[in-house]
Design a protein around this ligand. Sequence first.
Ligand SMILES: [Zn+2]
Length: 257
Amino acid sequence: MYIDTHSHLDAPEFDDDLEAVIQRAKDAQVETILIPATNLASLDRIEQICSQHPGYLYPMIGLHPEEIDNDYQQQLDQIHQRLDQNPKRYVAIGEVGLDLYWDDTYAMQQTDAFEQQIGWAIQYHKPLMIHARNAHSQLIEIMERHRADNLSGVFHCFSGTVEEAQQLLSFPNFKLGIGGVLTFKKSTLPEVLRQAVPLSRIVLETDAPYLAPTPHRGKRNESAFLSATATHLSAIYGIKTENIALKTKKNAFFLFR
Ligand SMILES: [Zn+2]
């Protein structure tokens, strides 16, 4: 009944017990898991595990902003080639975007790589899985430049303000990816969602192995923990958890079909 729209099952944290992790997800009523790529090596691993679980795991393709340094163009070209060989194989371009959290040394390169990958989304009619950290205004600027391109996708791991939510939701075919951060004790996200985000604009995600929801906080996250986030959404929107599952699934289908 749930769709985890963002789970890094290719991460080394899952090397030892991936099959058990997938089984626990199924037992926790997660019916589909989408896996974002971060670089070329992750893409290889993702394709391998997705082909072992057809109809359950689905790959994305893209170069993550934190993977970008001076040699990004070469890797980007190789990834594009892979996409071009079999575009139907991938459910989205991701994860892509901007990450200026640690420093902004490669801000220009990140912007260029992001723009090129937006070009792929346009060319192959794919949704985008967008990662943006400490880069909200830069993201909006790029998105505005592409407003006429009718892009779709997810602003993954949203944890901003009411105003930021409103700016992101002004792009009509985008949803906000909501995960474990919602459940953290001091999170302002519940109030932001209540004020500014209709349920029709939310998809569920774990971002596993990162950002495990309470009561698993600090541990390795996994897709089976998605229900903890759904329970919080249920309290915020005042509807049953089953309906949270149903509606967020519909939102995910709208994007990823
Ligand atoms: Zn991610």
